[in-house]
Design a protein around this ligand. Sequence first.
Ligand code: GFB
Length: 324
Amino acid sequence: MVDGWLEAPYDLSGKRVWVAGHGGMVGAALVAWLQSENCEIFMVSREGLDLRDQAATRAWIAHNRPDVIVIAAAKVGGILANSTYPADFLYDNMMIEANIIHAAHEASVEKLLFLGSSCIYPKEAAQPIGEDALLTGALEPTNEAYAVAKIAGVKLCQAYREQYGRDFISAMPCNLYGPGDTFDEQGSHVIPALMMKAHAAKEAGADVLEVWGSGAPLREFLYVDDLADALVFLLKNYSGAMPVNIGAGEDMSIRELAEIVSETVGFTGYIAFDSSKPDGTHRKLMDSSRIRNAGWKAKTAFREGLSQTYQWYCEQIQAIKKKA
Ligand code: GFB
C-alpha cells in the first residue's frame, strides 16, 4: 500500500452498505451510483432515525449491522446559513459524526467513509490546497462552526484508525451542485440560489439578477454524480489516515458563474452586486492530485452539469404546479 492506496481493491459486492443521509443531494447520487456495485444498500429516513440521538443511532447500527457506512448526512447550507446558525451547524454535525463513528467502531464495521468539505482548510492556505494544509492556519469566519465540526470528524476517523485499527477514511469535496440540491434564496449555496433568482427574474420579466458580495471570490464546483463516482472509487481503493481532496481541478469567479447561470436559464437582464453580503473565502481551489494520480477524474463539463441541474429544477417546479 502506497500513501493509503490499496494494491487489491476492497470488494463491495455482497456488502451491506448504509448511506447515512440518502435523502440529500450527495446521498441520493451515491445510492444511484452504488446500484451497479452488486451490494445491499440500506437507508433510513430522518423520521425513522435522528442521527443526533446517540442511543437510537447506536441501536440502529447494532441491529442492522452494516459492513460499510458512508456518512453523507450533515447539516449543510450556504454562506449566510452557516454564519447565521453556527450553533446548529456545530452541534448537529458533531453529534451526527460522533454518534455514527463511535457506534461503527462498537459494531466492528469494516469500512467507513466520512465526508468533509474544502472549508476545513485555512482561509489563507496556499493554492491549490493540499491535504497537508489541514490545521496550519485560521479558518474562514463565515463557516468556522461547520469547519470545526468537519475537522473533528476527520480527526475521529484518524483516531479510531490509530487506536483501534479501524478502516475509517475521509473525503474532502469542493463546492458541489446538481439535481437534488436545496433551492432556497437565503439558505442555499450559490448555484441553486442564483439559478432560482435568475429563473424567477426571467419569469417575472425583471431585468436584475442580484448577486451577493463583490463577484470576485473564486470557487471550484463539482457535479454531484462525479462526486458519487469518486466516493465509490475511494471505498474500493483507499485505506489511509489522510483525508482525500475531490475537486474538478479549476475554479471560476462568482461574476463568471452568474453569467453562465444567466445563459443556462435564459435570463438576459443585468447582474447587480450586493456588497452588504459577505464574500467569504477569496479562493479555495483544491489540489486533487492524490485521487487523480490514483485514477479518478471529474467527467462532467460545467455547463453540461448546470443544464442537468436546471432541467431538474424546472421539473420540480412543474410537479409543484401540477399538485397545486
Ligand atoms: O455557495 P456559498 O454560499 O458558499 O457562496 P461558500 C459562494 C460565494 O457565492 C460567496 C457568493 O462569495 C457568496 O457571497 N454568492 C453570490 C452567493 N450570490 C449568492 C447567493 O445568492 N447565495 C449564496 N449562497 N452565495 C460554503 C460554506 O461557503 O461552502 C459551507 O459556508 C460549505 O460551510 C460550502 O463549506 C461548500 O463557498 O462561501
